[in-house]
Design a protein around this ligand. Structure first.
Ligand code: MTE
Ligand code: HPA
Ligand code: MOS
Length: 785
């Protein structure tokens, strides 16, 4: 029997703070990981497709589906009339019909569903509908929506001081406008749902969703049944990125409706083009700014007008537009400030959550402003950034009255500036550009401060369920979903740590509404914070029961019972964890427990636009160096240095993966991914042939990522870690502004380049050409004088 000292030197494999690979990594690469479409097809499976609106805005005069019904392989055609409950899957406001009835509001909106023996047959048949429309005037752009005051939700304003008066008083003042593009999620696994009819009209659904509970509740509403008639299971997604926070519900509802109506299992595995046409994206924004500043570049006043393209319905646009406002300051203290948000209704697909949830768009606004202030004063933008950072007397309160208590940016920026050799490289780039007529380089360092918590208070809760079987093996379940981000292994590590057992003893199980109810979406980067705490609580409950049992059985004090390295020390003796479990079972001790967690301290008062919407902030900074070809606009990311704060990392390997992936996804958003709708409102970029996400070759050859070594969450977040899912995406703003810096060089940094996002080669070239033209014009004028 080992003595206590020996016990201390042993350790479990896979507790917290270990760099472990993703639990499914090997299955992802071998193809063994089971996604919904890999579940063996049940007998009699029906395949689904949706009939889509061909008009952006029109009345439906008639819908003739006879050809559809007669098409080969078709078993059923379902319309709004077949819905026993409510014809709606809207997450907040009920303005998202499953099937449009009288009016269509975007091209691609679902009108009916076809169930056939094969997917191909269903898709072909769906095209045979004869629909008569009477066109109504569509609103297709943010500008048009603003002019017509066409909004999905009321405006919101955050205000401090008197920005108008302060702007008038300022030594310097400038204004401008910026377009920030949207983004398609381009998850590798598209939307998919498989529904199995059960007894009494109940239904079991396997769905690719970040939000099993909402799918459950929405499907129940559509079926006109209570929530207990619907069970939703999610083992994993092949990526969600926010796209599967609300919009999986449409396909799940259609599959469930079909299963219930026909009595046959039904699968809706959405084709890639249809997925891109029928599902919402990141909101594109127009941001107008008016800023006043002093000779040093200190911002004295700023007005932001943010207009977001919400599309045809509200979806999550309220919370997304709020988060854009909450990040209009990014890392900077704004004294007199007004942020006005318009939530524009357009006849395009309803936009939705996307990594950062509006935060990135808000942040691009202020980072552009900082660059412009620096440009106007001929200063290094980094100097202006540092000058305006939160910190110092009375300069640590956000426009929404939350005190910034945990700002580690001065430390991060100082370390990154030195480790990336920013100053020397910036000088070298200037020298390079002076002697390089075609190829031009640019560099930029930008910080990120991102608020962690759902901006909707009640969503900040989670539940977990743990069973320990009589052999000592553990079944772990919680409300969080796995989309590749590594949530499951992190929560398993937390439970392993709590029970002091090897990670391999813990079975990671699919999220299921039958096991943990009323969960929130796995979103807002808070998956580990919430589910980790809930699972820890569940494990603690069982451990406490085991301690009480062991103490009484072995006649020692509870304080003499320790769990360590798969063993339990009980007074003078040590037994294995399994042995204790076996004994506890025979003694009729409950070996199953739920756990619950809710985030403390948070609140927000919309009336006064103030509060503490976030439990804490996550921070990071990046330096990007780029090169452009000033004759073609093509560009390349040469080197990226990142220093990011994840607190005390639960799993540094997973966290670094999130940082790298997030950065590259942000880089794609800001530099190559472009959504294009034609003048009729038809999305023309609905396949990888026309929509360009980053490829492996776009990863910079020199990519240096580091976690902040002193990282520590001052709040009681699980093992003092910090959320990591979304914040790194915004580090890519440095690449966008580095491109702008490179463009500025063509006119010797004398003319301000007003590059919009995404800075595609085309946009870069247009910006270069404008600067060259204006520079030539200026020279001619000088020569003439
Ligand atoms: N990472 C991968 N691999 N796949 C994803 O779909 N989604 C992102 C981020 N990282 C995503 C991802 C988004 S939008 C969020 S909100 C978080 O993961 C959600 O998971 P978490 O809360 O567990 O971090
Ligand atoms: N992030 C993601 N989803 C949300 C949020 C958020 O901040 N608020 C409400 N739903
Ligand atoms: Mo992430 S956008 O909160 O799903």
């Amino acid at each position: 029997m080992p003595d206590a000292r020996n016990l201390e030197t042993e350790a479990i494999s896979g507790g917290v703070h270990h760099a472990l690979k993703h639990d499914s990594a090997h299955k992802h690469v071998t193809g063994e990981a089971v996604y919904v479409d890999d579940i063996p097809a049940p007998a009699n499976l029906l395949h689904l497709a949706a009939g889509q609106s061909a008009r952006a805005h029109a009345k439906i005069l008639s819908m003739d589906l006879s050809m559809v019904r007669q098409a080969p392989g078709v078993v059923a055609v379902l319309t709004a009339e077949d819905i026993p409950g409510e014809n709606d899957v809207g997450p907040v406001i009920h303005d998202d019909p499953v099937f449009a009835e009288k009016v269509v509001e975007f091209i691609g909106q679902s009108l009916f569903a076809v169930a056939a023996e094969t997917r191909e047959e269903a898709r072909r048949a769906a095209l045979l509908a004869k629909i008569e429309y009477e066109d109504l005037e569509p609103v297709l752009s943010v500008g048009d929506a603003l002019a017509k005051e066409n909004f999905v939700l009321p405006d919101h304003v955050i205000r401090r001081g008197d920005s108008k008066a302060a702007l008038d008083r300022s030594q310097h003042r400038l204004s401008g406008s910026l377009q920030v593009g949207g983004q398609d999620h381009f998850y590798l696994e598209g939307m998919v749902s498989l529904a199995l009819p059960a007894e009494d009209g109940d239904v079991q659904i396997w769905c690719s969703t970040q939000h099993p509970s909402e799918v459950q509740h929405n499907v129940a509403r559509v079926l006109g049944r209570p929530s207990n008639a619907v069970t939703v299971d999610v083992r994993r997604m092949g990526g969600g990125f926010g796209g599967k926070e609300t919009q999986s519900a449409l396909f799940a509802a259609i599959a469930a409706l079909t299963a219930v109506r026909t009595g046959r299992p039904a699968k809706f595995c959405v084709d890639r083009d249809d997925d891109m046409i029928m599902t919402g994206k990141r909101h594109d924004f127009r941001i107008d700014y008016d800023v006043g500043f002093d000779d040093d570049g200190r911002i004295e006043a700023v007005d932001f007008m943010q207009a977001s393209r919400c599309g045809m319905s509200a979806d999550l646009s309220g919370a997304i537009s709020d988060r854009a406002m909450f990040h209009a300051d990014n890392a900077y203290y704004l004294n007199d400030v007004t942020i006005t948000s318009h939530r524009c209704k357009t006849n395009t697909v309803s936009n939705t959550a996307f990594r950062g949830f509006g935060g990135p768009q808000g942040m691009v606004g202020i980072e552009r402003v900082i660059d412009e202030v620096a440009f106007a004063l001929s200063k290094d933008p980094l100097e202006v950034r540092k000058l305006n950072l939160y910190g110092g007397e009375g300069r640590n309160i956000t426009p929404y009255s939350m005190t910034v208590e945990d700002n580690v940016l001065p430390e991060i920026i100082e370390e990154l500036e030195a480790s990336s050799d920013y100053a020397r490289r910036r000088a070298e780039i200037r020298t390079f550009n002076a002697s390089s007529p075609v190829m031009k380089k640019g560099i930029s360092l930008t910080p990120v401060k991102f608020g962690i918590s759902f901006s909707t208070k009640h969503l900040n809760q989670a539940g977990a369920l743990i069973h320990i079987y009589a052999d000592g093996s553990v079944h772990l379940n919680h409300g969080g979903t796995e989309m590749g981000q590594g949530l499951y292994i992190k929560v398993a590590q937390i439970v392993a740590e709590e029970l002091q057992i090897d990670l391999e003893r813990i079975k990671i199980s699919a999220a299921s509404t039958g096991k943990v109810p009323n969960t929130s979406a796995t979103a807002a980067s808070s998956g580990t914070d919430l589910n980790g705490k809930a699972a820890q609580a569940a494990a603690r409950t069982i451990r406490e029961r085991l301690v009480a049992f062991a103490a009484s059985r072995y006649d020692v004090k509870p304080s003499e019972v320790f769990f360590h390295a798969n063993k339990v020390q009980i007074g003078p003796q040590t037994i294995s964890f399994d042995e204790l479990i076996g004994q506890a079972y025979l003694a009729r001790v409950s070996l199953s427990s739920t756990g619950f967690y809710k985030t403390p301290k948070i609140f927000y008062d919309r009336e006064t636009a103030s509060g503490r919407p976030f439990y804490y902030f996550a921070y990071g900074a990046a330096v990007s160096e780029v090169m452009i070809d000033s004759l073609t606009g093509e560009h390349k990311l040469l080197r990226v240095d990142i220093l990011h704060d994840v607190g005390r990392s639960i799993n540094p390997a997973i966290d670094l993966g999130q940082i790298e992936g997030g950065f590259i996804q942000g880089y794609g958003w800001l530099t190559s991914e472009e959504l294009f709708w034609d003048e009729t409102g038809r999305l023309r970029t609905h396949a990888p042939s026309t929509y360009k996400i980053p490829a492996c070759s776009d990863r910079p050859e020199d990519f240096r990522m580091k976690l902040l070594e002193s990282g520590w969450n001052r709040e009681d977040v699980i093992h003092r870690s910090k959320a990591v899912g979304e914040p790194p995406l915004m580090l890519a703003i440095s690449a966008f502004l580095a491109l702008s810096d490179a463009v500025a060089s063509v006119a010797d940094y004398r003319i301000r380049p007003d590059l919009d996002a995404p800075a595609t080669p085309e946009r870069v070239l247009m910006a270069v050409e404008r600067l060259r033209r204006e520079a030539a014009g200026a020279e001619q004028t000088e020569a003439a004088q």
